[in-house]
Each structure stands twice: as C-alpha cells, then as structure tokens.
Design a protein around this ligand. Structure first.
Ligand code: DAH
Length: 351
C-alpha cells in the first residue's frame, strides 16, 4: 500500500513538473486530489484497512496530499509570474519616443473680429442682441422708415423669398426688433453682430457677409455721444493714432446721417491705391435715430433720442489683416486660416 502511494506521488510530481500551463496543472490536481481523484480514492478505501494500518496510511496520504498541493501552488505562482513578465515586456511603452504631431485649429478671422467688437462694447455696458436672418419686409425696411416703393430700397439688392419674407440685407432690422421687444421702454444699448445677404459677388462683395449694428436709445442722446463712441470703436479696432471724419450722408433710418471715414492706415493719409489717393477710408454708416423710427417702434421721439451705426465686419477684418479678396473669408482654406495665429503674435496690420 505504502509503495503504491509513493509511486502515485512520484507520478503526480512528474506530471506537475511537466505541465506547461495553468490548465494542465489543474488537470493534474483533479486527477489526484479531486473528488474522484486517485489519492482521494485511497482515503475513501481506508475502511477496508486493519486498525494498525489505518493511522499510518492515513497520515501518509495526508502528507502526500499536502506535498502535492504545495507543489501545485508553487507551480501556479511560477506561471502567474511568467505571465506578468510576458505582459510587462509586451505592453511596454517607450515614453521617450517622439509623439505624432497634433495640428491645432485656429480661430476664423471673422470670429476674432466679432469677439473683439463684442468684448469692447460689453466693456462699455452694451448688450449683445440677435435677430433672424430670414426676416420680414416689415422689420428689414418698413419699421426703419423705408415703406414699400421707397427709392432708397434700391441701395440694397435684396434676396426676396416671398413678397413678405427676405434674407435680411442689414442688421439694422434688429434695431426695430429690440425697440419693439422692450415693453418698459428702458434705455437701450445694444450691438448686433450677424450675417446679412445681398445680391453681390466680386472681390470686395460676397452674397453673404457680416455686419455689426449699434443702437443706443435713451433720454438726451446727442451727436457728441455718437462721435465719442465711434472714436473709441474705430481706434480700438484699427489703431489709436487714426483720425475720424464724419461725412454727411443719407440713410432712411437716421437723421442726420453720416458716413465715417478713417485715416488710411496704409499711407497714414498721404494718399495711396488703397484709399484711392484720398487719404481716407470709409468704415461706417451712422446717424441720429430718425424720429419716425422711434415712433414706429414704440418710443416717443419727444422724450427719447438715440444714435445708430452699422459696419461691415468683413471689411474690418480685411483692413485689419490685410486680406484683399473677401471670398477668402468664406472658402475655409486651412492654408489661409492658419496664418491668423501668427498674425496675432505679430499683432500688426499688414496689407
Ligand atoms: N444698414 C446700413 C447698411 O447696411 C448701415 C447703417 C447706416 C446702419 C447708418 C446704421 C446707420 O445703423 O445708422 O449699409
């Protein structure tokens, strides 16, 4: 019996030594130590032994059992260690290798200009308002003192959708919306950046472009307020040393109306091809809000007065960044767009 157990142990030890993975090891365990295992069977058959033999064989079986278990555990630990080492080796990351380059996007020049204008006016206490691009004839024209059939409608080539609906030709449309929405008739200080549409398409005109409108309505607003505000606006955006010139003009929604010129920033007023030898460049339309506009939109012109202005943001961006074709602003060519990060660093105006 003893020999039988010893040779069983011998065989098991050999099988353990030979097993190459956890699965094989487990098979050995089941073969000898499992419920139906060979060593277990010996223990079960102990009843047939004599009283003297029973404790001797019993303790022998237990010793062998423990030995096998220990050996299996050792072997298991060895497999686990090998597996860990293999993974460490296989999954090793060399942090000193150069990484693949991530290309950074850059902000579109128009968005830069819009943000700059918004920051400036918000710092002066203005709100930023918005209005629909698909606008009604009423808000785009009628409420701005431009009734149907008014000759000044020819100033803007309009995309009509129906007789009532159109693509707004000017952010001025939002002037009427802001006034009409203000039921308490509180003072108004807003700017309105937004997309506008006209039937134009050449190097300096795009059928879709961007404007920013300004509207202030309060008691005792005068031309001095308009001039002071536009001076700050133009100088902060285009250069502190620039002069402004107010030229009488005509817009149906303002009276008096002005076009605002700024010293040509290319030749500093001496005369060049950019300013067509005049020394000045037109940048804005503006004026004192027409009493009819105040009245039509719910403000008593006897009590309130206001000023308004509007300018093309594309033109501002073109001046500021030296862009010669407006269509570049709408083609989203990365080679064009990525230059503006550098322009920012240089922080200078080029033509
Ligand atoms: N809306 C005008 C345009 O598109 C620009 C303009 C002129 C806006 C005078 C104004 C203004 O608010 O007072 O050409």
């Amino acid at each position: 019996m003893k020999e039988q157990i010893e040779s069983m142990k011998q065989k098991a030890m050999e099988q353990i030594a030979k097993s190459e993975n956890a699965q094989a090891l487990n098979d050995v365990r089941v073969q000898y130590l499992g419920k139906k295992g060979e060593l277990t069977a010996v223990l079960r058959g102990m009843g047939a032994l004599s009283a003297e033999e029973r404790p001797i064989i019993g303790s022998l079986v237990n010793v062998v059992k423990e030995e096998l278990e220990t050996r299996i555990k050792e072997k298991e630990a060895q497999f686990a260690k090998e597996e860990l080492e293999r993974r460490l080796k296989e999954e090793k990351i060399d942090v000193t290798l150069p990484s693949s380059k991530i290309r950074r996007g850059s902000k579109h020049p128009l968005n830069r200009i819009i943000e700059e204008v918004e920051d400036l006016f918000v710092s002066m206490g203005y709100d930023v308002a918005e209005g629909p691009e698909l606008e009604t004839d009423e808000y785009c024209f009628e409420r701005l003192n431009l009734p149907k059939g008014h000759p000044a409608r020819d100033m803007q080539d309009t995309f009509y959708i129906t007789t009532e609906y159109l693509l707004r030709t000017q952010t001025s449309a939002v002037q009427a919306r802001v006034m009409m929405a203000n039921e308490e008739k509180n003072p108004i200080r807003v700017i309105v950046p937004g997309k506008t549409y006209r039937r134009d398409d050449d190097a300096t005109h795009s059928h879709q472009f961007n404007q920013v409108e300004g509207l202030v309505v309060d008691k005792n607003i005068s031309l001095a307020d308009l001039k002071g505000t536009l001076e700050v606006f133009v100088r902060k955006m285009l250069g502190e040393d620039l002069d402004l010139r107010f030229r009488p003009s005509y817009f149906p929604f303002t009276e008096p109306s002005y076009e605002v010129d700024v010293t040509c920033f290319k030749c500093k007023g001496k005369g060049c091809n950019l300013c067509k030898q005049t020394g000045w460049i037109e940048v804005l339309g503006s004026g004192i809000v027409h009493p009819n506009v105040l009245k039509m939109n719910g403000y008593d012109p006897e009590k309130y007065s206001g000023f308004a202005f509007g300018t093309g943001l594309d033109r501002l961006a073109m001046f500021k960044y030296g862009i010669t074709d407006i269509r570049l602003l709408y083609q989203n060519d990365v080679r064009f767009l990525e230059q503006f990060d550098r322009k920012d660093e240089e922080n200078e105006i080029k033509y």
